[in-house]
Design a protein around this ligand. Structure first.
Ligand code: FES
Length: 211
């Protein structure tokens, strides 16, 4: 099945700008699309004084639309402040690409969401979050939905790896349904910690495994 991609989309797909990763990024995110299961990683370097995005790179494990949108969105965001970049919409990205087939909207949404998530990660790490929502069990589960279970190739919540979650006075407890010596146990644990530790009111994270 072929989609009617225009020349701009095809050009960005064939020669994507800002592809790759950044070592020691100031902000990063990995987002997956519930619609197709594809993933995008996005990395940022931000000037702490001006909050301008000085460098931005992405890696896409998605389709041509997704790669083209990642390319255009990183172009649009580079040189903007994080506040300005947060406001870039998928519509702007799609317009800059001369339009995408409607069946491919979720692919551009995924690229835009990764940009917003990487900015949010930067803001959390630098104490710049102004809307301080209390961390609840639901917030933790939402974050864990972004942690991949490599055994199944889907997130750890959907694949029932999360047995229990509790939060009390900033202390988070998570029980993972895997033996502690499982080959992926450590990778999943550190990924889960990375997703949660930046939340403003989290003081301690305890993760245990089933025997
Ligand atoms: Fe998955 Fe486009 S179909 S990102």
């Amino acid at each position: 099945m072929s989609f009617p991609y225009n020349d701009i989309v095809l050009e960005h797909f064939k020669n994507p700008r800002n592809i790759g990763s950044i070592e020691n990024p100031d902000g990063k995110a990995m987002e997956g699309s519930p619609a197709c299961g594809d993933m995008v990683s996005l990395y940022l370097k931000v000037d702490p004084k001006t909050l301008i995005i000085t460098d931005i790179k992405f890696e896409s494990y998605g389709c041509a639309s997704n790669i083209a949108t990642g390319s255009i969105i990183t172009e649009l965001a580079k040189g903007k402040t994080i506040g300005e970049a947060k406001k870039i919409t998928w519509k702007q990205a799609s317009d800059a690409l001369g339009g995408l087939p409607s069946i491919k909207v979720h692919c551009s949404v995924l690229a835009v969401e990764s940009l917003r998530a990487a900015i949010q990660n930067y803001e959390e790490k630098h104490g710049l979050i102004t809307e301080k929502v209390e961390t609840t069990e639901e917030v933790i589960r939402k974050r864990l939905k972004k942690v991949m279970n490599p055994i199944k190739g889907l997130d750890m919540v959907t694949t029932n790896l999360v047995k229990e979650v509790s939060v009390k006075d900033g202390i988070v407890h998570i029980s993972i349904d895997l033996p502690e010596n499982h080959q992926f146990a450590n990778a999943i644990k550190s990924d889960a910690i990375e997703k949660i530790e930046t939340l403003w009111d989290v003081k301690e994270i305890n993760i245990d495994f089933t025997e």
